[in-house]
Ligand binder design. Structure first.
Ligand code: CA
Ligand code: CA
Ligand code: CA
Length: 290
């Protein structure tokens, strides 16, 4: 292993102390970078915990008006809604010019509980609705997210539409609970396609979710988010459309934590990765001491 930290011409104990100090410094820098990165993204994140004017959302299943825009200091305005007259042909020919426009208000869904309008079924969270798989997931979901008006239904004729008043080059968001109702074969899976269009309605880019997996299997996103990012190198994005591409027919779109101008930050290194880094450095020290 090539390891610059090992090549200093110091006594072994000094190297050890110095290496420890550098590891601590590197760790602090990493934490600071991650914190600043998270803070930068938090500034423009729409978490759907408040209405666009900052007021409280109100009761479960409250509507977000089609013209009720989330606004930003830059003058950017973003609105959300559903197009309820989507045909198979329109879904299949998504690289043609956009024909999608919102005609039905999205609804704010309260996390947890079950009523006659839900976002998703939380199979790994006691069979309730709209609940994160664990405490970390629940914190990420928060108290509210957005769903379509009909709740859990056949989503094939519906598209989620996000409209901008200004062009952007990147965005990111979360679609929750992409899973499958079938354990042994995967014919009834959920999946979504996120498509970006330009000011003239022309296609810019798209990203496909993974196919959903049964909640008993490794890798299932039951009660967890799929974090997507769409980026464009030059052509500005003015509209984002989320189309259903799965085969299951009793499905809700649960949408949360939308960042209208930035891709999702890279996944933070897990403690195990940091431990590997630390063990690599220590092995360098042993090598130096021989
Ligand atoms: Ca609920
Ligand atoms: Ca509800
Ligand atoms: Ca939320």
């Amino acid at each position: 292993m090539k390891c610059r930290i090992c090549l200093r011409n110091n006594a072994p104990s000094t190297v050890l102390r110095s290496t420890g100090r550098h590891l601590v410094q590197a760790g602090l820098v990493l934490v600071a970078v991650l914190f600043l990165s998270a803070a930068a993204h938090a500034g423009v994140m729409i978490d759907f915990e408040t209405r666009p004017d900052g007021s409280t959302i109100g009761p479960d299943n409250s509507e977000l008006g089609l013209n009720e825009a989330y606004t930003f200091d830059s003058g950017l305005e973003v609105t959300f809604g559903f197009d309820t007259s989507v045909t198979n042909s329109q879904r299949n020919n998504f690289t043609n010019d956009s024909v999608f426009s919102a005609d039905e208000a999205a609804k704010f869904e309260l996390s947890g509980g079950s009523d006659n309008g839900n976002g998703f079924l939380s199979s790994t969270a006691s069979g309730q609705h709209d609940t994160g798989r664990d405490a970390t997931a629940q914190e990420q979901l928060g108290d509210y997210f957005l769903r379509q008006g009909g709740g859990i239904e056949n989503p094939k004729g519906t598209a989620f539409v996000i409209d901008y008043n200004q062009g952007v080059l990147a965005l990111s968001g979360e679609i929750w609970d992409i899973d499958s109702t079938q354990k042994n074969n995967n014919q009834k899976y959920e999946s979504w396609r996120v498509v970006a269009y330009g000011e003239d309605d022309s296609y810019v880019a798209h990203v496909d979710s993974p196919k959903g997996i049964h909640h008993s299997k490794n890798g299932s996103l039951d009660s967890l988010p799929w974090v997507f990012s769409v980026e464009s190198s030059a052509k500005l994005i003015h509209q984002v459309v989320i189309l259903y591409t799965g085969s299951a027919t009793s499905v809700g779109l649960a949408f949360n934590n939308f960042n209208p101008t930035q891709a999702a930050p890279p996944v933070a290194p897990e403690p195990s990765s940091l431990m590997v880094f630390g063990m690599g450095a220590l092995s360098c020290i042993r090598f130096r001491r021989r």
